[in-house]
Design a protein around this ligand. Structure first.
Ligand SMILES: Cc1ncc(COP(=O)(O)O)c(C=O)c1O
Length: 372
């Protein structure tokens, strides 16, 4: 089967091989510390009984699912713990494609490339709804694109790469569109703790049998290497209850189970981390957004000021977001971003910068000097 390999590692490798200092703004790996409770949990785990070194329940540790269920306001039974949001998205998308009649996955342009690659990989037809100039995803555009052929609609808010946050009205519309077309709305909410707008709304608010919400602790707790995420499926006794059972089986056949120590440590962190931790992480990013965007403005670049998430899209005069130009910036400016063309046609003139480095000011100064 033909599928596209996401290109992040290609650029990261190029940057690592460069024979000069490069500010890495390619991938979404947080550069800050996880909550202290996470380290405490890990330390304790080292001394755990031999039994705790064995398989956890395939659906995830019960206490871990309880913490998630309480936060999401759902029954524990609906929570399936996965190897990151990546697996949660995979289970939700394959489940929707299998469960509903259509053969199409509806995505946005620009799109987080893993969705597009995955849709191809699982043999779905793909259709892309362009987001508006202001980076909003208009419900009317999604409605016009959805049809009987649609099995799955994937949305992501706060969005990678646009930084858009979809408010309650838009989210309710996306849910309604999935229901009207007998399709599944997969709502990827991994950046929910990084909402600068105060407008973030979860698709779970709609309480619909046509919604799977996915999330993870990769970004929230700065632990992309731990691989702990989850999906909240519709209730088992509802009209789409089969989605959950199928996802559990697929998860078990693929992974047997997730990582027990990682889930244990995250559970400890969930129990012990005060809201200040999350607020401080959000404020740190907001400061970086301000500094980077101000510098881009001075450099004469167009840019989006994100409403949430880690990323800024920038467009420099006569400098489209190709791999060639991104390599040029690595070699000549010492700043590595991601070519806009990997996110789809609509942002192919743009370059995406991840603000997960303390060197945001320096990167902005280097870009300004290069484009002077
Ligand atoms: C929109 C989006 N979804 C999912 C992921 C992957 O998350 P995880 O590490 O939990 O698999 C990322 C990572 O960058 C992302 O940007």
């Amino acid at each position: 089967m033909d599928y596209e390999e996401p290109q992040f590692f290609r650029v990261m490798q190029y940057a690592a091989r460069a024979d000069r200092d490069v500010v890495d703004m390619v991938s979404g790996n947080p550069d800050w510390d996880p909550p202290e409770g996470l380290r405490d949990g890990l330390r304790d785990y080292a001394e755990a009984d031999a039994a705790d070194y064995q398989y956890p329940p395939s659906v995830g540790l019960t206490g871990h699912r309880d913490e998630i269920a309480a936060r999401r306001g759902v029954d524990r039974n609906r929570v399936l713990v996965t190897n990151g949001a990546g697996e949660a998205n995979h289970l939700a998308m394959t489940g929707g494609l299998h469960h509903f009649d259509g053969t199409e996955v509806l995505l946005t342009d620009p799109v987080y490339p893993y969705y597009a690659g995955r849709a191809n990989f699982i043999g779905a037809d793909r259709s892309f709804v362009p987001v508006a100039e202001d980076n909003r995803l208009r419900p009317a555009d999604v409605r016009a694109a959805a049809s009987d052929e649609t099995a799955v609609i994937v949305v992501n808010s706060p969005n990678n790469p646009t930084g858009a946050v979809y408010g309650a009205d838009a989210m309710a519309e996306f849910v309604a569109i999935a229901e009207e077309n007998d399709a599944l709305l997969v709502s990827d909410e991994v950046y929910d703790h990084f909402d600068f707008s105060g407008r973030f709304a979860s698709a779970l608010d709609a309480d619909s049998p046509n919604v799977v919400a996915t999330n993870s602790f990769s970004k929230t707790m700065a632990i992309t290497g731990f691989r702990v995420g989850y999906a909240v499926f519709p209730p088992e006794d509802g009209p789409t209850g089969a989605l959950l059972e199928r996802a559990r089986t697929q998860h078990m056949l693929t992974n047997v189970a997730g990582s027990r120590p990682a889930q244990y440590a995250v559970t400890r962190a969930l129990k012990t981390t005060a809201p200040d931790y999350y607020a401080a992480c959000r404020r740190r990013l907001e400061r970086r957004v301000d500094a980077f965007c101000d510098a881009l403005a001075e450099a004469g670049a167009a840019y989006n000021r994100p409403e949430g998430g880690f990323y800024v899209l920038a467009r420099f005069p006569d400098f489209p977001g190709t791999f060639e130009n991104v390599y040029e910036l690595i070699d000549e400016a010492g700043v590595a971003g991601m070519p806009g063309e990997v996110f789809g046609e609509s942002r192919s003139d743009w370059i995406r910068f991840a603000l997960v480095t303390p060197r945001v000011d320096e990167a902005a100064a280097r870009l300004a000097a290069y484009f002077e």
